[in-house]
Ligand binder design. Structure first.
Ligand SMILES: Cc1cc2nc3c(=O)[nH]c(=O)nc-3n(C[C@H](O)[C@H](O)[C@H](O)COP(=O)(O)OP(=O)(O)OC[C@H]3O[C@@H](n4cnc5c(N)ncnc54)[C@H](O)[C@@H]3O)c2cc1C
Length: 385
């Protein structure tokens, strides 16, 4: 077996990279360890309109559940703000169908997709990654390739085998648990967020409506807060209080520490959660994974075409994705640090001071005025704004 590119991991990052590499004329093999693309689900599926705008994808009914027009933020002590700011507009995706759609799109562009195929080891030629050993339905196989794209998620082991530092420490991760629930009376167009130590210390709880009384109800807690009570105990308490009916459970971790230091080496690129390309404030990774994977697929095509898969050539991948999203990731990390520093009272007071205000028209000056009672936050905010 011989391909220009082997992509490891068949979800958002992997299928998107495979699609772009294949559409640009490369021979591509996509390996996914699970028998079915998109399952088990490990995501709430929230994406904003800007995701569709920048990826060029259409919000097709086959993978979108609901149109979101508003977001409500609930404080720990009763404060609540609702915003219809255009930046919150978007969709809740049915990830099972969406991931399948992306893999199908890659296959239609020419990529070969193999499920139940676990990449184990890398093969090197003169120090550069030049193949993959994987265990598939037909046993252990070797595939030769020009280069590899590692899109194997938060527990990524592939890039580490090529010498990159992709391991996340427990403190870098947000532990997430989620139920899909049914028979709920919720506004189908509003995403609800709950903050504070009662709901999700150093994280947040979400209720994302999926239409027809269904919703994804979950929460993420940074690992350092998990020592006393696990995330599931917070979620179960919320579920019991609301009387929600569970139909599915899933769990996963999200890296919220910012991206890894280096995302390329000789013959290999890393993309998506494996590269830490996740917004550290929201934990959202779908949009960033797709954007960076497109760049990875394009750089792979340039590299194969010019016969240059060395790290020096592939460094253009890192330059391009950092130029596109690097500043936003840094800003989000700073904002998350502000939130981390807020106690329940401060958090609630901050939300109360924003109640009834048109958030889209809040200027830097008015935000600074609102926050004048919180000197530590003011300092960080001045830095950010
Ligand atoms: C509970 C939860 C809720 C979330 N909600 C949202 C949200 O609402 N909005 C949002 O934008 N983001 C959300 N995220 C984050 C988002 O799901 C991820 O950032 C995104 O899915 C990352 O995609 P990926 O393709 O990089 O990685 P993954 O989705 O982790 O995919 C990696 C794939 O690689 C495969 N794989 C791993 N190792 C191997 C191997 N050796 N061989 C072959 N295959 C392998 C895995 O089976 C998997 O299919 C959430 C995350 C969690 C855990």
């Amino acid at each position: 077996m011989k391909y220009d590119v082997v992509v490891i991991g068949g979800r958002v990052a992997g299928s998107t990279a495979a699609y772009h590499a294949a559409r640009l004329g490369l021979s591509v093999l996509l390996l996914e360890r699970n028998p079915e693309i998109g399952t088990p689900v490990q995501c709430a599926g929230g994406v904003s309109d800007s995701f569709f705008k920048s990826t060029g994808l259409k919000p097709l009914p086959e993978f979108t559940c609901t149109r979101i027009r508003a977001a409500a933020v609930n404080g720990p002590l009763g404060a609540r703000i609702v915003t219809e700011n255009p930046v919150v507009r978007g969709y809740i995706l049915e990830r099972k169908s969406f991931d399948k759609y992306l893999a199908l799109r890659a296959a239609e562009a020419g990529a070969d997709v193999l499920t139940m195929s676990i990449a184990g080891d890398l093969i090197f030629r003169e120090g550069s990654v030049s193949g993959v050993v994987f265990r598939g339905p037909d046993g252990v196989q070797e595939v030769e390739c020009g280069m590899v794209i590692a899109a194997d998620g938060v527990q990524s082991s592939i890039a580490r085998k090529a010498g990159l530092e992709t391991g996340f420490r427990p403190a870098d991760l947000c532990s997430c648990v989620q139920y899909e629930v049914a028979g709920m009376d919720v506004d189908p167009e509003t995403m609800e967020f709950y903050f504070g130590s009662r709901f999700a210390p150093s994280g947040y709880l979400w209720v994302f409506p999926k239409g027809e009384g269904r919703a994804n109800v979950g929460l993420g807690i940074r690992r350092k807060s998990c020592s006393e009570r696990g995330p599931l105990s917070y979620l179960n308490r919320f579920m019991e209080e609301r009387g929600f009916k569970r139909i599915e459970f899933n769990a996963g971790a999200v890296p919220v520490c910012g991206p890894i230091e280096r995302t390329f080496t000789d013959g290999l690129l890393v993309v998506g959660d494996a590269a830490g390309q996740v917004d550290p404030l929201t934990g959202g990774g779908i949009h960033l994974a797709a954007e960076c994977a497109k760049i990875a697929g394009e750089v792979a095509a340039e590299a194969i075409e010019s016969g240059r898969v060395d790290g020096r050539f592939l460094s253009r991948y890192e330059m391009r994705w950092r130029k596109k999203i690097g500043k936003n990731l840094e800003r989000s990390l700073k904002f998350r640090k502000i939130l981390d520093g807020l106690g329940d009272k401060e958090l609630d007071a901050l939300l109360k001071s924003l109640e009834g205000k048109d958030l889209s028209s809040i200027s830097k000056i008015s935000l600074l005025r609102i926050l004048k009672d919180y000197p530590s936050m003011l300092r960080i905010l001045r830095d950010i704004l």
